[in-house]
Design a protein around this ligand. Structure first.
Ligand code: HMG
Ligand code: MG
Length: 298
């Protein structure tokens, strides 16, 4: 049985915009995040404190955080790969960070320039310092189904890395089908393997839609007990270190499915569509979300 309530985590302003060929201005990123908060999303990733040489699109995340008024009940997590990033996030007033690891060695090297074991050592230091400073820490595991360099990843390996990050003190582990190759049976088997090590209510699904399977995969993992879903407004995004990765599943499309199933989210479709139109106007293209196109004003 799918859950009666789902928490939607909006990742468009980070996962989406990090992959745009042209950087979006701080002012437009702030407008987008504000519009998403107006739609009722309880968590909106606001950016990353990573090397601007690696991901120039996320430069200025400190200014984005500074410009966002506090909103009770809404969190604005930011990605942090190391202690340097944590220092910058703390200086900018971040209240929640996300460490991002991978279940694949090659992807870890390409994405954060270190092995999985080294990344876990870094995250241990980052998590310890962040928790001491009163922040919440989320954890990502990428390549939970396939790796763009290594092919299929064993669910047992995903479970091992997820548990390691959970044991460091992450309150939630988001499972990334980074290149969107998953199908419902594999997605569910992976989640069940991870749920043997980390309580399922502490797991989130972060599915990219490269092969058009994301909604089916989400339904399959909701049946296994997943009740937190990452999604990206208008299906923005991809991953700069995963060739061919399309955007995350579109928030509008996920909301349409959840509304249709009678699953509560607290998110308002009309306002969400407005946020999609806003970023579409900035980027100069129509929304990639099917629902956004179907419900566009004539
Ligand atoms: P490195 O080159 O090994 O780092 O990069 P380093 O420690 O050797 O430092 C090299 C330079 O980077 C130095 O500057 C540092 O100061 C600087 P220089 O002396 O050359 O001028 N530096 C930093 N600058 C700003 N912020 C920092 C920082 N750290 C070092 N935090 C590093 C290692 C991790 C920094 C780099 O590989 C990096 O920034 N990677 C980020 C990649 C990224 O953002 N990928 C996208 C997000 S992950 C994703 O999308 C997947 C996800 O959505 C889930 C899914 O879909 O699966 C989460
Ligand atoms: Mg992603």
């Amino acid at each position: 049985m799918p859950p009666s309530r789902v928490r939607l985590v909006e990742v468009g302003p980070r996962d989406g915009l990090q992959n745009e060929p042209n950087a979006v201005s701080v002012a437009d990123r702030v407008r987008l995040i504000e519009a998403l908060a107006e739609a009722g999303l309880p968590a909106i990733e606001a950016g990353s404190f990573v090397s601007p040489k690696w991901v120039p699109q996320m430069a200025g995340t400190d200014q984005v955080l500074a410009a966002l008024p506090a909103r009770p009940g809404v969190s604005f997590p930011v990605l942090v790969p190391n202690l340097k990033g944590l220092d910058a996030a703390l200086a900018a007033g971040a209240r929640e960070i996300a460490c991002f690891g991978a279940a694949s060695e090659s992807f870890s090297q390409k994405n954060i320039n270190c092995s999985v074991a080294e990344s876990l050592e870094r995250f241990a230091a980052v998590t310890e310092a962040a928790l001491k400073a009163g922040l919440r820490v989320r954890g990502y595991v990428s390549c939970v189904i396939d790796c763009p360099y290594e092919g299929p990843i064993q669910p047992a390996r995903v479970a091992e890395v997820a548990q390691a990050m959970f044991d460091l003190g992450c309150y939630e582990i988001s499972l990334g089908d980074t290149i969107g190759t998953g199908t419902p049976g594999r997605a569910r088997a992976m989640v069940e393997a991870v749920a043997g090590r980390v309580p399922i209510e502490r797991l989130a699904a972060h599915f990219h839609d490269t092969y058009g399977q994301a909604l089916a995969n989400l339904y399959a993992v909701m049946e296994a007990g997943i009740a937190t879903i990452d999604a990206s407004i208008s299906g923005l995004g991809g991953c700069p270190y995963a060739r061919g990765a399309a955007g995350n599943v579109a928030t509008e499309d996920v909301l349409y499915m959840l509304d249709g199933l009678g699953i509560e989210t607290g998110v308002d479709m009309d306002r969400l569509l407005a946020a999609g139109r806003l970023i579409g106007a900035v980027l100069g293209r129509p929304p990639a979300s099917k629902v956004g196109r179907a419900l566009a004003p004539m």
